[in-house]
Write a protein that binds this ligand. Sequence first.
Ligand code: TYM
Length: 397
Amino acid sequence: MAEEQSEQTVTPWEVFTKSETGIDYDKLIRDFGSTRIDEALINRIEKATEKPVHHHLRRGVFFSMRDLETILTLYEQKKPFFLYTGRGPSSEALHLGHLIPFIFTKWLQDTFDVPLVIQMTDDEKFLVKDNLPLEEANRLAHENAKDIIALGFDINKTFIFSDVEYISFSRDFYMNMCKIQKHVTFNQAKGIFGFGPSDNVGKICFPATQAAPSFSSSFPEIFHGNKDVPCLIPCAIDQDPYFRMARDVAPKLGYQKPALIHSTFIPGLRGMQSKMDASGDPNSVIFVTDSDEQISNKIKKYAYSGGGTTAEEHKKTGGDCGKDVSYQYLTFFMEDDSKLEQIKQNYTSGKLSTGDLKAELISVLQKLISGHRQKRERVTDLMVKKFMSPRKLNYPY
Ligand code: TYM
């Protein structure tokens, strides 16, 4: 109840704030107990990798972390680590928000040259959704894998797995799930996830399934039998509760705590109060399968504007980039820093109209999404099968 009245709610199932300027991420860092990524850490990443960081890091899209320094130290010492991220397959295709962790994970894989496991939680989506048959969730896992593969992950270094398929295959994965379950009481799970008396018991057990891939011992065949390869998890910050739990349990099992790097949320088209969400209002979501026309229509019609109510007023008082969804989307997808800064200045001063700002965004997104559509069409069933088959990943341990 208290949760409903609070200024903002961020859980794996709901992201909402009353504020027109969006989630208060400083508050979230305080509430979750993570650490803000500062300039010094960014400089250290650039020094270690000898290349500029991704614009998502530079602009604070990835803004928070746990133990990222430890991973960096390993990299500096030429010691191994692996990446773990995931997707809950509840819709036919990914939306723009889902792209963020995957685009960034691809950059991490390329930059650090490390293996990656991607969990498709078909079981989770079956358990939490009212009308999604398990067979359908499993089919969507394979469909969504196409979008993920289209982003260009290295087939020799990436394993994508559906929970329902991999758990029935891997004794070690299931053993880790059991070990995690045994170390989390119902009260702890309730405290972390807010479960109530009418939640089905599958939901209550599920967090152990999302925690298990944080430990390389869940994948002996992938990591050449190596059981203690440290893990770094890129995700939006709504997934943090699962990994707070994984980090609490890890020492009890003699495992290393997974490190995390968290992103902010792409808001829904209708405003900064909620994240873009496949299960929410369809007019607030841009899917990676949308046509050029759909992208243009949705942005023109629904993208919340921080501009003046009339053209006259806008010229006089300018726009508010903090509330303007189109501007916010550009911060995620426009790579050119100086162009973005110019747009910000012109919109803030009123020189650039809302219509022109939206036109800029439409052109950036149509380019991004049509490129993605073409790459997705080239992903064959055979490629999906290969990415999803358990096998040794390329990595010199
Ligand atoms: P899912 O399918 O809800 O989301 C997949 C990934 O996208 C992030 N995300 C967003 N990022 C930015 N803006 C948004 N509007 C937005 N909406 C979603 C999510 O945080 C996530 O990183 N239970 C998970 C699947 C999962 C997972 C993981 C995710 C399993 N293991 C490990 C991350 C890391 C889920 O349903 O994600």
